[in-house]
Design a protein around this ligand. Structure first.
Ligand code: ADP
Ligand code: MN
Ligand code: MN
Ligand code: MN
Length: 339
């Protein structure tokens, strides 16, 4: 017998990359070989020199096909053996390695929006639904849209062995969130990309499209983010390290550097309204959902724990987000001797 390996990769679409995948049928028990694809169809190569290489880096059971079938996340390489310029995972690896001793953990809250017939699921054909208020963590057919897909997706993530830690309905009809973590900087991003693929794939069977658009509906509706919860061993053991990390994120040049890597269109979402801080002003505070970085209430009580960077967009590349947080915070913690 054979098994099916779904090779999944991140393409070169500008300004926000998309997921692509194709299937390789392999003999039972066979290892996962490198593979190739036509980069000229994914904005990753010119037509006259179009071959790109897929290198499997993470695989898990395929909950959609079941059996011994697999999902296979790949990095994209050039034929000369160097990482493709769109390969942000390859940029993260040396940074994660450099600060591995600090044992950083991440929990990413992925918000997203279901669309059908060109409008958010639950929006009426003309006009708008009742204003936001009852939808967040709501229950009932007048408040909740798409739960069947959400439940299927959560089960699929669990079956695939991903570090999914929860789900909730969000503040706009058709808007939802799932969380991946806590997990290390590479692992959390690998799992998040696979979870995104599963979301699109499962919604497809319901004729629904999921989008990570950071501002899916104009007007008085919250955007969609990817709040990123972060800790190191020292932060999980003491409050000084929490403050060091918060201060480091406001350091010289750091605000612009992080915003740049937190997803396209971030200035449209971080307006200072709708539970956000303005994109160009850095603040942190306890329990403050209007700050760039929130120290959870319980963390201040316990004097240890983690911080929440509320700025990343839903459409961020998590490899960039974890690389920036590890690079900025772990360097500052090391300098302060808080490792
Ligand atoms: P919010 O209250 O902001 O909605 P969520 O419950 O949606 O927060 O998400 C919190 C995330 O933080 C979860 O994925 C959780 O696993 C993760 N988390 C918990 N503790 C830590 C920690 N010490 N370091 C990093 N992430 C953590
Ligand atoms: Mn949340
Ligand atoms: Mn949320
Ligand atoms: Mn949050």
């Amino acid at each position: 017998m054979s098994y099916k390996a779904e090779y999944i990769w991140i393409d070169g679409t500008e300004p926000t990359a998309r997921l692509r995948s194709k299937t390789k049928v392999l003999p039972d028990g066979a290892a996962l070989p490198d593979w190739g694809f036509d980069g000229s169809s994914t904005n990753q190569a010119p037509g006259d020199n179009s071959d790109c290489v897929l290198k499997p880096v993470f695989s898990c059971p395929d909950p959609v096909r079941g059996g011994d079938h697999k999902l296979v996340l790949c990095e994209v390489y050039l034929v000369d053996g160097t990482p493709h310029p769109t390969n942000n995972r390859a940029r993260l690896l040396p940074v994660a390695e450099r600060f591995a001793v600090q044992d950083s953990w991440f929990g990413i809250e992925q918000e997203y929006t279901f669309f059908q017939a060109g409008r958010p699921l639950g929006f009426p054909e003309t006009g708008f639904p009742a204003p936001q208020g009852p939808y967040y963590c709501g229950v009932g057919a007048d408040e909740v849209f798409g739960r069947e897909i959400v439940e299927k997706h959560m089960d699929a993530c669990i079956e695939a062995g991903l570090a999914v830690s929860g789900i909730n309905a969000e503040v706009m009809p058709g808007q939802w969130e799932f969380q991946i973590g806590p997990a290390g900087p590479v692992e959390v991003a690998d799992h998040l990309w696979i979870a995104r693929w599963l979301l699109y794939r499962i919604a497809e069977d319901f004729n629904v499209a999921a989008t990570l658009d950071p501002k899916p509906a104009k007007g008085d509706w919250n955007g969609a983010g990817a709040h990123t919860n972060f800790s190191t061993k020292a932060m999980r053991e003491g409050y000084d390290a929490i403050i060091t990390a918060c201060e480091a994120l406001g350091g010289e040049g750091k605000v612009a550097e992080h915003i740049e890597g937190y997803g396209h269109g971030i200035a449209d979402r971080l307006t200072g309204e709708h539970e956000t801080a303005p994109f160009d002003v850095y603040t942190y505070g306890v329990s403050d959902r209007g700050a760039s970085v929130r120290i959870p209430w319980q963390v201040e009580v316990d004097k240890q724990g983690y911080i929440e960077d509320r700025r990343p967009n839903a459409n961020c590349d998590p490899y960039n987000v974890t690389r920036l947080l590890v690079g900025t915070c772990c360097a500052a913690l090391e300098k302060a001797g808080q490792v």
